[in-house]
Ligand binder design. Structure first.
Ligand SMILES: NC(=O)c1ccc[n+]([C@@H]2O[C@H](COP(=O)([O-])OP(=O)(O)OC[C@H]3O[C@@H](n4cnc5c(N)ncnc54)[C@H](OP(=O)(O)O)[C@@H]3O)[C@@H](O)[C@H]2O)c1
Length: 243
């Protein structure tokens, strides 16, 4: 992988990549990571994101997981992609140890319906946290509370300002949002997103597929600033920030 912006003549090492994606120190930071085709599809022909991902994208995906305290994810993505708690084999445990992070990141699943897989709710080496609303079904909320920390933030829609404050209260300040598009739309609209890591895979897929955000228009549009642009075999890795 090489850096096109800022331009660099040499190939990037694993340590260079870890430095390029380092979280800011001593402040909460909300990063999102997405992959899309050149025509903006966030789902492959099987309806999943994994089929859009290359080996280089998997490397960045694993690195971003290795750097965060918690993975924030929409319940539908956990259902479609069959999410399980993050395993130690999926992250760079040496890097996490050097950074003073827990062995694996926690998961925080955002859901109104509380239709969350029991295996996911049970957590693994780190807990699964449920982020939900006052309007969630009371019996399912009580059931979730038996096994997982539950954050209730907002009446019908999760209030991301409150939810993120609460995650920080649980000790998680390096936050990685892995989507999907509905969660991403609401997170961006809430003004809480700090950074977008977007992989552009050099393919055109066509069809009627979800893209980076899904839902109501975001007004005014949120401007982002390019911080770096990496390239590997024609695939682009863009890092944008909102400030
Ligand atoms: N290309 C990529 O990088 C990428 C990344 C992630 C996912 N995807 C793909 O995207 C698709 C899924 O996207 P999606 O938009 O349907 O799902 P999603 O954003 O993962 O999940 C939507 C669900 O999350 C909950 N939710 C989201 N925002 C909420 C809010 N403000 N308040 C309360 N609950 C909220 C609700 O859960 P309940 O339904 O439980 O109430 C909602 O139905 C899949 O095909 C997946 O493969 C692609």
């Amino acid at each position: 992988m090489q850096s096109l912006f800022p331009a660099s003549p040499s190939m990037l090492s694993d340590d260079d990549l870890a430095e390029l994606y380092a979280y800011p120190v001593d402040r909460r930071w909300v990063r999102a990571n997405f992959v899309t085709t050149l025509d903006g599809a966030a789902q492959g022909s099987d309806g999943k994101a994994g089929s859009l991902s290359s080996a280089a994208d998997q490397q960045v995906f694993a690195l971003l997981r290795s750097l965060c305290d918690v993975v924030l994810v929409g319940a539908n993505t956990t259902r479609v992609e069959g999410y399980q708690p993050v395993a130690a084999s999926e992250v760079d445990t040496d890097l996490r140890s050097r950074l003073g992070l827990a062995i694996v990141p926690a998961l925080a699943v955002v859901s109104r319906s509380l239709d969350v897989d029991p295996g996911l709710l049970a957590g693994g080496s780190a807990p699964t946290i449920v982020v939900t609303t006052e309007s969630a079904p009371g019996d399912l909320r009580a059931h979730a509370e038996e096994t997982a920390p539950v954050i209730v933030a907002g009446e019908h829609d999760v209030d991301f300002g409150l939810a993120l404050d609460s995650l920080i209260g649980h000790g998680y300040q390096r936050i990685l949002c892995e989507g999907g598009p509905s969660l991403m739309r609401d997170l961006v609209a809430s003004g809480q997103l700090d950074e977008l890591c977007l992989t552009l895979t050099p393919r055109v897929l066509g069809g009627d597929r979800l893209h980076l955000t899904h839902g109501n228009p975001i007004e005014p549009a949120v401007p982002l600033r390019l911080r770096h642009l990496l390239e590997s075999d024609g695939e682009l890795f863009c890092r944008y920030t909102t400030t």
